[in-house]
Design a protein around this ligand. Structure first.
Ligand SMILES: N[C@@H](CCC(=O)N[C@@H](CS)C(=O)NCC(=O)O)C(=O)O
Length: 204
């Protein structure tokens, strides 16, 4: 059994999508980050950065417990544990890793930075616009990619799709103008959104 400590942010969703899609049994422990529950001594013992998501796998490799933070590390861990969503063909792996890292490190941190600026007491409009333009630019490239292939890293759903969907869903919900008018991205988003595991994962 795995314990998941998370909230309904894109990083939290990424971890929960990983567990649901990989079919790994888990217990969700919601963390109210607005109340600062991620900064309690108990939580800091799990992740000294005081951030969600965290998993504790009581039966990790060799039967030993594993405590893991970083949503993309959790995604990879779950995929490896379940033997799912990783290309079997080694020649397909570089494209998958590139897609995974773009999804995890281009989209989500930029979105987090944008919302930090927008929620500031005195939001700095040019900085917000800069972040919006960059996000839109990344999504435009994803749209072009998804015009040529069904999924983020080829024709099969991989962890790159699961990672991108977490960021895409959050942006679509909070700043839909950043993903509007991108038909291939929308087609892909619709296909991922109807997956039962993804639907379960998004209900925080
Ligand atoms: N790189 C980390 C980022 C984790 C992160 O930024 N978590 C946010 C929520 S999405 C958080 O816990 N924020 C509360 C805080 O920093 O106090 C990951 O991918 O998991």
């Amino acid at each position: 059994m795995i314990d998941l400590y998370a909230a309904g942010t894109s990083n939290g969703m990424r971890a929960r999508i990983a567990l649901e899609e990989c079919g790994l049994p888990y217990t969700l422990h919601p963390v109210d980050i607005a109340k600062g529950e991620q900064k309690t001594p108990q939580f800091l013992a799990l992740n000294p950065n005081g951030q969600i998501p965290v998993i504790v796998d009581h039966e990790g490799p060799g039967g030993k417990p594993v405590t893991l933070s970083q949503s993309t590390a959790i995604l990879l861990y779950c995929a490896e544990k379940a033997g799912k969503f990783l290309p079997k063909d080694p020649s397909a792996r570089p494209a998958m890793l590139q897609a995974l890292m773009s999804a995890s490190t281009d989209i989500t941190p930029l979105f987090g930075a944008l919302f930090t600026v927008l929620r500031a007491r005195e939001p700095h409009a040019p900085t917000a616009q800069l972040f919006k333009d960059r996000l839109r630019g990344f999504f435009k490239v994803w749209d072009d990619t998804l015009a040529k292939q069904k999924c983020c890293a080829g024709e099969e759903v991989t962890i790159a799709d699961l990672s991108l969907y977490a960021g895409y869903a959050r942006v679509k919900g909070s700043a839909p103008e950043l993903v509007e008018g991108l038909p291939n991205l929308a087609r892909w988003g619709d296909e991922i959104s109807v997956r039962p595991a993804v639907q379960r994962a998004l209900k925080f």
